[in-house]
Ligand binder design. Structure first.
Ligand code: PGA
Length: 237
């Protein structure tokens, strides 16, 4: 089953999330065969983004690196699970870059997800400089080491998101996505329930080529997922 995750980032009020959910529900009817859909709204819009009919599930975009306690402003993995999340995005490049999330912190976030029963969507990917220097594979291997203590028998989603492709309109080629997928599958070959997504400027226009030209298990989609019709078109690709 291919997996399509809509990462809304810091967008959408209650009313906007409600309207999106209503439109998506109307568009997909009983769901899209062979496709698993996930919406990742802000914490404040989880309730509005939920589908009572279960045609899509919910992810949070971040979780705290601690289980509970005096951490003002944080939301725990258990709270996210309690609010209806099945998945949690961990290690998105925007979190790494703007909020200083490093490997040690991300390993703690992964452990918190497991304690709460959330399946992590662990993001990794190289910068343009790393790519130009021929360091793509080394970067992926290093970032995958953060998963070393994560139990291999639990379901895991990994999203390959080259930083130069996120929000730039310049997606990786299907061949690039496939190269990274093969590298990650090799590094994570002990995992029993692994799905590898691609993310970075996925659109309704390039989705079919990326899916047919690589063996990725789906997409993590930012900008193009903000419109229900765009997300639907990508999921039907
Ligand atoms: P984008 O974002 O689709 O807007 O490039 C992807 C992501 O950051 O997950």
């Amino acid at each position: 089953m291919k997996l399509f995750v809509a990462n809304w980032k810091m967008h959408k009020t209650h009313a906007e999330a409600q309207a999106y959910a209503a439109e998506l529900g109307a568009r997909i009817g009983n769901g899209i065969a062979g496709r698993e859909l996930v919406l990742a709204p802000a914490f404040t819009a989880l309730e509005e983004a939920r589908d009572a009919r279960g045609r899509w599930s919910l992810a949070c975009q971040n979780v705290a690196a601690e289980l509970a306690g005096p951490f003002t402003g944080e939301v725990s993995a258990a709270m996210a699970a309690d609010a209806g999340c099945r998945y949690a995005i961990v290690g998105h490049s925007e979190r790494r870059r703007y909020f200083g999330e490093d490997a040690a912190m991300l390993a703690r976030k992964l452990a918190c997800c497991r304690a709460a029963g959330l399946t992590p969507i662990y993001c990794l990917g190289e910068t343009a400089d790393e790519r130009d220097a021929g360091l793509t594979e080394a970067t992926l291997v290093r970032q995958a080491e953060t998963l070393a203590k994560d139990p291999v028998d639990r379901p895991l989603v990994v999203a390959y998101e080259p930083i130069w492709a996120i929000g730039t309109g310049r997606a990786a080629t299907p061949a690039d996505a496939e190269t990274a997928r093969v590298q990650l599958a090799g590094v994570l070959s002990a995992r029993r329930q692994l799905r590898i997504l691609y993310g970075g400027s996925v659109t309704p226009e390039n989705a079919a080529a990326l899916l047919s030209g690589s063996a990725v298990d789906g997409f993590l989609i930012g900008g193009a997922s903000l419109i229900a019709a765009g997300f639907e078109a990508i999921a039907r690709a």
